[in-house]
Design a protein around this ligand. Structure first.
Ligand SMILES: [Zn+2]
Length: 506
């Protein structure tokens, strides 16, 4: 906490664009304060301000005149001239910095607005002190024993709801922007393919009338990856015609058909493609078990993606490696997204065919068979590899390599290892939140909310999308499943352990 705090100050000091800033000390445990900081960051395009979260050790390092209790009670702003502004006067001074709020700030320093402002601010600050000492912020708090004594769940929900409504316009706008982005990526990839690395790697984007709902509503594209003679994850029966068209146009040489895991959008055409090309099917032993017979899907998933047929003999089991045309790929077990997941790694090309073993650094609406604890271990294993190109099963490629050309929304210019480490960090933080929540015997809804505090940008930016996913998948994919995914025991693939725990608690 202290390091982070000092790092924020150092970062501020190092900022060459705006060396002199208004330093805003805020309570990172308070939903109201966090919501206001989100607005501040949105308004402040020119980096005129630096928001610093209050920590017991950090306050006096900013300025020796600052006192922790006073900072926790009301807003403190340190002006570039070294003046300390407090409460309403601090709010008004910040408002004067931005064109859209300037008028509030100007009026706010004169009678009678100044008096009204101070009165209102005083009311919120007085009540906030008991309200805001909630668990909505993060796992570490400035005064943990006070929190435990004072925080009632009613107070938690008041803060959380208030934080939600303060951010609602930002949240809705983020939802609309994300929907527009999805539409743009969908139209640019519709029945398209991407030939990369001189034809060694080809991404076939798969479409289908019902399956199209997924990229449009959730943003996951459907793909089959062709790599050096391997056809990986050939889609579901409802995408078969799309795959057929691609194969007719491209006429690729396919020597093996491989599945990374037994999810319906990856395995529905295994036998079909094998019969068409004469290439044998390769799956892991567990995937083969999950596919014979394939369990009945919930009707939403069966309607949209399509119920895959059972895997038919003959098929082969993958060993530690799979031979492609020119290279030998390592097979690495990566349970987490589901128990049977494997990834393929080409050490020569430093390329990882990740299937669904990554799914973005921030992914908050998993399927019910995700086990996030196992996923943490799998990601730690992947961190040991030298990866320059990470190819996901749902249409994203993470790489800095210049021989992979730009393709907005598909090729993401970031170091794959950094992307994986960010996901690891997010999952570790979630684990801590959830473990703490269970130790304190909080209800599941409260634990879920504490995993998505409004102070985290991703929480509100993806809120509209995440909640759409929850409603449209009838609860199959949701933020609740993310919490659930941390409390699954042993090799149990179903969330029964969690449900027993939950009913026991309540
Ligand atoms: Zn999957």
């Amino acid at each position: 906490m202290v390091e982070q705090f000092l790092a924020e100050i150092t970062a501020t000091a190092d900022n060459k664009v705006a060396p002199i800033q208004y330093r805003v000390l805020y309570d990172s445990q308070c939903e109201i304060c966090q919501a206001c900081v989100a607005w501040l960051k949105t308004l402040d395009h020119q980096n005129k301000t630096a928001a610093l979260a209050i920590s017991p050790e950090g306050v006096s390092t900013v300025d020796s005149r600052l006192k922790l209790d006073e900072c926790l009670w009301q807003l403190h702003v340190l002006t570039p001239e070294g003046e300390i502004l407090v409460g309403w006067d601090a709010v008004a001074s910040l408002a004067r910095l931005f064109p859209s709020t300037w008028i509030i700030g100007m009026l706010g320093q004169w009678f009678p607005f100044r008096n009204i402002g101070r009165l209102l601010y005083g009311f919120v600050a007085t009540n906030r002190y008991t309200l805001s000492k909630c668990r909505g912020g993060a796992c570490r708090v400035a005064k943990p024993e006070v929190v435990r004594r004072q925080a009632r769940l009613g107070a938690f929900w008041s803060c959380y709801t208030l934080g939600f409504f303060i951010r609602l316009p930002l949240l809705l706008w983020a939802g609309i922007r994300a929907a527009m982005q999805r539409l743009s990526i969908f139209s640019r990839t519709y029945h398209q393919r991407l030939d990369l690395l001189n034809g060694k790697l080809t991404i076939l984007f798969l479409n289908g009338f019902f399956p199209n709902a997924v990229p449009l509503l959730f943003g996951e594209l459907f793909t089959t990856v062709l790599y050096d003679g391997l056809a990986i994850d050939p889609g579901s029966p409802k995408m078969r015609r799309s795959l057929q068209t691609h194969l007719r146009r491209l006429q690729p040489r396919i020597t093996k058909v491989v599945a990374t895991h037994a999810h319906e959008e990856h395995v529905g055409n295994l036998n079909w493609l094998s019969e068409l090309t004469g290439a044998p099917v390769y799956v892991s032993e567990m995937t083969a078990r999950f596919l014979t017979p394939f369990k009945r899907l919930p009707w939403v998933r069966a309607t949209i993606i399509g119920q895959p047929p059972d895997l038919k003999e003959p098929y082969r089991l993958v060993g530690e490696t799979v031979d492609a045309d020119a290279t030998q790929l390592k097979v690495i077990a990566t349970p987490g997204h589901c128990d049977d997941h494997i990834v393929l790694y080409d050490p020569e090309e430093k390329l990882l065919l990740a299937g669904d073993a990554f799914m973005g650094s921030y992914f908050a609406t998993p399927n019910p068979d995700v086990d996030s604890r196992k996923w943490l271990f799998s990601l730690e294993r992947l961190m040991e590899l030298d990866i320059e190109i990470l190819v996901e099963g749902h249409g994203h490629i993470h790489t800095m390599r210049t021989d992979i050309p730009d393709f907005a929304g598909v090729v993401i210019r970031e170091d794959p290892k950094i992307a994986i480490s960010q996901k690891l960090e997010f999952l570790r933080w979630l684990k801590e939140q959830i473990d703490t929540g269970f130790q304190e015997e909080l209800p599941i809804r409260v634990i879920e909310a504490s995993c998505f505090p409004w102070g985290r940008r991703t929480s509100w930016e993806t809120c509209a999308t995440d909640e759409c996913v929850r409603v449209l998948s009838l609860g199959h994919f949701s933020r609740t499943e993310l919490v659930r995914s941390f409390v699954r025991g042993g090799s149990d693939a179903l969330p029964t352990v969690f449900e027993i725990r939950l009913s026991g608690r309540q």
